[in-house]
Design a protein around this ligand. Sequence first.
Ligand SMILES: NC(=O)C1=CN([C@@H]2O[C@H](COP(=O)(O)OP(=O)(O)OC[C@H]3O[C@@H](n4cnc5c(N)ncnc54)[C@H](O)[C@@H]3O)[C@@H](O)[C@H]2O)C=CC1
Ligand SMILES: O=C(O)C1=N[C@H](C(=O)O)C[C@H](O)C1
Length: 251
Amino acid sequence: MTNIILRGCNGKMGRVVTQLVNEDENVAIVAGIDLSTDGQNTYPVFQSFSQCNIKADVIIDFSSPVNVRDMLDFAIDRGIGIVLCTTGFTKKDLELIEEASRLISILRSANMSMGINLITKLVKEAARVLAVSGFDIEIVEKHHNKKVDAPSGTALALADAINDALNNSYEYVYDRTDIRAPRQKKEIGISAVRGGTIVGEHEIIFAGSDEVIEIKHTAYSKAIFAKGAIQAAKFLHGKPAGMYTMNDVIG
Ligand SMILES: NC(=O)C1=CN([C@@H]2O[C@H](COP(=O)(O)OP(=O)(O)OC[C@H]3O[C@@H](n4cnc5c(N)ncnc54)[C@H](O)[C@@H]3O)[C@@H](O)[C@H]2O)C=CC1
Ligand SMILES: O=C(O)C1=N[C@H](C(=O)O)C[C@H](O)C1
């Protein structure tokens, strides 16, 4: 049995995780952390980690980057791992997370779905082949109108994976409105669309001379992210300190 503290339990993702955990006899949510206590939770909910005295094996976090240090301190103090699904962290936050991973196990992934983790490998391979043939690389992501961070964590992770395959020689361009010049070769353009209830779409476009290759992932429900997070929590339970990714979970 893996006992979970769910940070962001009363948010959109928190509610889906709660529902799926209820259908799985090998996991349980023993407490929630949320600024909002406005949920019909079957477990105790605290507004901050400082109020929580419940023992658990792993934290799943789908909330916001605010007060990430409190969560890291709580996990370090208890020696438990964190499945970090939240996006929009600053460079400073990421340094804190990296530092904490020397003491506890942390699995951070901007996208817990199997599909995105697979296409991350595909786009790296495609970039290696196509960039040398002069293809331009653009990423377009689409999300619901409640999303606060842009571009999505997944779009940035896809760009980082592509850039890694290209010896980190590419620059990211988010906005061309002030540019009066043709696109540079070593650019990855990243565009964000927000509207309605779109769960999440990521399209990687390789545009060459007279031909275009598009690799696209569409999420039709938030359950794909919640399932991945639960699978990751089971994986992380009892693991030694270190930084893990979804690749370690799904291979
Ligand atoms: N890695 C992945 O696969 C996915 C990641 N996400 C990310 O998860 C995060 C949450 O997404 P949603 O559930 O859609 O957002 P949401 O806004 O519906 O829910 C966030 C919840 O966290 C709570 N919260 C905010 N700040 C907090 C704090 N400092 N301490 C405790 N609770 C706090 C809010 O009260 C709210 O209930 C976002 O960063 C989003 O990008 C979302 C879907 C998939
Ligand atoms: O906020 C969301 O909804 C999502 N956020 C993640 C991101 O920023 O990449 C993952 C997913 O696309 C849904």
